[in-house]
Design a protein around this ligand. Structure first.
Ligand SMILES: [Zn+2]
Length: 496
């Protein structure tokens, strides 16, 4: 619960502790121009999918198309190892989340420190559209402080697992129930929203849990919360518990999933299918240990399930900006494989993928990058490139070549990529020089400054590749002549 104090973390103390520096390449799609990873922009998708085979099966329980987000970067996220948010930064993050359109913003307990209390008051005064919540222990002392901060609602939590009852607060279930009812009645008397959550719900006794939730539902709690505090629950367990709880309470159900075993997004999704109404998230998933369901990852999951709901409700083009803001402040880089904003999230490399993507991006893409203001790239200067990708680059450079010439040029780029890593400029100069050589009496070297050894290797690789290419066209010609069913024809040169 408690944020770490100033002396033990912060900019100086813990910078780069994860081996990350927060350099200029932080975030997404920023890297395609770096050496060895070069890419070309494609046309935008002319065939945006409005329906897809992965759409959820509608049933009366499912809230896939009407879920709400409780954004907890300023509470759970503050418990991340590298997080220290100043008042100014908290306000910046709260405003950005509000612009994005999250339904709720959850803040660290005002009882954690005097500064936390002041920050909570300051954020409540911003007049944001999102409702402001604060997260406190299930005690009257904490509840009294919380209701004075100006929040719209109070989230109370207490450990219900035998581990926490024995080793943390030492209270029995009757005590927990009575304390919960007293706090709920008090917060409601102040006209505020109240959520009651157990901690470590999946390792709590099911009968205890349901008895407790049923009791708080009867006194009019607005939401009950289920928390996979240790990140151990599987999607099937989540579905079962939420489905059972849905039959016991009539209030809303909030869920909170840690990601220790990699199920945080899947668990959030099945919770909604089973009747949960609210999902806790944080930006890039930051939180205790390796964090919780990430806001961006949840958006990736949900846009595939209900594009209309997600695109109308959330300002998706703000996602990268918010992630960069938070990443900068907690001094981490956005992981390369991050949902949507990871630098390779929309980059296609293998020749066969590139060809299909250039024709119709939906072939190898389930999410349209343009929905998030992101760009699709086709990686064209590697040994895996294909002539369709090179053709698209030739057109972008405004050069004219026949398909046969482009195929020869592609072989040269592939061969060169075997000799040394080539950057986007190198690939472009190979294309330009090759194009120039078509009209010159004497060939100019494709890349300047090659050593004798590199030249030899290049010739060798080129010969190998040309051999493969000739063999492939011979095979194709033979296949075309042979009267065999097309499914049985020799497949050559298929990329993974
Ligand atoms: Zn948590």
């Amino acid at each position: 619960m408690c944020p770490v104090d100033d002396a033990s973390n912060g900019v100086d103390g813990h910078a780069h502790t994860n081996g990350h520096t927060n350099g200029t390449t932080n975030g997404a799609n920023a890297a395609p121009e770096t050496n060895g990873f070069v890419a070309v922009e494609t046309k935008q998708n002319p065939h945006i999918q409005t329906s897809n085979p992965y759409q959820p099966v509608g049933d009366f329980l499912s809230n896939i198309s009407r879920f709400k987000i409780i954004e907890s970067t300023l509470r759970e996220g503050e418990q991340f190892a590298n997080a220290y948010f100043s008042t100014e930064v908290k306000i910046q993050i709260a405003k950005a989340l509000d612009d994005f359109g999250v339904d709720y913003i959850e803040l660290t307990s005002p009882c954690a420190s005097e500064q936390s209390r002041l920050d909570c008051e300051a954020i409540c005064k911003l007049g944001l559209k999102a409702k402001i919540l604060t997260h406190v222990r299930c005690t009257m002392e904490d509840a009294r402080v919380a209701v004075e901060t100006g929040v719209d609602g109070v989230d109370v939590v207490i450990g219900t697992s035998s581990y926490l009852r024995e080793h943390s607060h030492g209270k029995d279930m009757t005590y927990i129930k009575n304390a919960a009812i007293e706090v709920i009645k008090f917060v409601k008397s102040k006209g505020l929203e109240i959520r009651f959550s157990s901690e470590d719900s999946f390792r709590s006794d099911l009968v205890d849990l349901l008895t407790l939730y049923s009791a708080v539902d009867k006194v009019g709690v607005h939401r009950v919360g289920i928390a996979d505090t240790v990140g151990c629950a599987t999607p099937r367990q989540v579905y079962d518990l939420v489905r059972t709880l849905r039959g016991v309470v009539s209030c809303d159900i909030e869920t909170h999933f840690h990601n220790d075993t990699g199920c945080a997004i899947a668990n959030a999704y099945v919770a909604l299918e089973a009747g949960a109404t609210h999902i806790d998230t944080s930006v890039i998933g930051i939180g205790e240990r390796n964090g919780i369901t990430p806001l961006g990852g949840l958006m990736a999951r949900m846009i595939v399930a209900d594009r209309e709901y997600v695109t109308k409700k959330y300002n998706l083009k703000k996602l990268k900006e918010i992630e960069d803001l938070v990443a900068d402040n907690v001094e981490i880089n956005i992981p390369f494989n991050n949902y949507i904003t990871g630098f390779s999230a929309f980059t296609h490399k293998a020749g066969i993928h590139a060809k299909a993507i250039l024709n119709n991006p939906s072939t190898y893409e389930i999410i349209n990058p343009a929905d998030f203001g992101m760009t699709r790239y086709v990686h064209f200067a590697s040994r895996l490139t294909g002539w369709n990708a090179i053709k698209s680059r030739v057109e972008q450079l405004g050069l004219e070549m026949t398909d046969a010439q482009i195929k020869v040029c592609t072989t040269k780029i592939k061969a060169m990529a075997d000799v040394r890593p080539i950057a986007i400029d190198d690939a472009d100069s190979i294309i330009r020089t090759f194009h120039g050589n078509l009209h010159r009496k004497e060939d100019v070297p494709l890349l300047p400054g090659m050593t004798e050894e590199e030249k030899k290797l290049f010739e060798m690789k080129q010969a190998e590749l040309s051999g493969e290419r000739e063999k492939r066209s011979l095979d194709e010609a033979a296949d075309a002549q042979a009267e065999v069913p097309s499914g049985k024809k020799t497949k050559t040169g298929v990329a993974a």
